[in-house]
Write a protein that binds this ligand. Sequence first.
Ligand code: KIV
Length: 263
Amino acid sequence: MKTVTLSTLRARKQAGEPFSCLTAYDASFARAASEAGIEVLLVGDSLGMVLQGHASTLPVTLDDICYHTRCVARGKGASLLMVDLPFMSNSSQERLLQDAGELMRAGAELVKVEGEAWMADGIRELTRRGVPVCAHLGLTPQTVYQLGGYKVQGRDAERAGQILEDARTLVDAGASVILLECVPASLGRAVSEALEVPVIGIGAGPDVDGQILVMHDVLGVTHGRTPRFVKNFLAEAEDVQSAFRRYHEDVKARRFPAEAHCF
Ligand code: KIV
């Protein structure tokens, strides 16, 4: 695979070719995912749940994320490395810039931030300083307690319209990528069609530009209730590497997500 950059993702969108993304937390799995052709690796704050055993992503610190970013950066190969800003990094402009700076120094090539239209000023300041941003909308796990649980967002027309408007505002502010989590497939399609930038979906239907899953879910290492949008690719593969390849190929061929994985 040639080195993946933001231009690669934009070109994929223009060509109508979906791209695959996967979370990674260490060098070995990052290498396996990159060798399987996965275009984007995310050091997600989901590490708080899948690695640390917390009930949410809120306890994850900037140091935790930086540590895993340095590990993944050593194994990421040609994949683009996206990294999550942890809970409360967006509590002030100064903190946002400092935390993003730490992530970039640790190896991030794109930082992901949760937040709605009110994040526009922060995104403007980050992009002004050369930090590319992915804005995470829809179900934002850092606000799970305010949302009242991990629920599908944008089911009614008003909230769907709000998410679309927020996405437009954040792209106008400089966001290079939008990530939509747990929204109806119709909203995923509408956001992707309305924007020139790539839209990555997790539980956002088949008509977005890229798909992302948490690595543990792809490998069937899940506890409790499995979300509808998840698929265990290891169940149909011989080993981890083949499971990653199968996920990548199913995204490329638009076999994943199937209707059963959508809202
Ligand atoms: O932290 C994470 O893994 C994420 C994905 C669910 C997109 O944000």
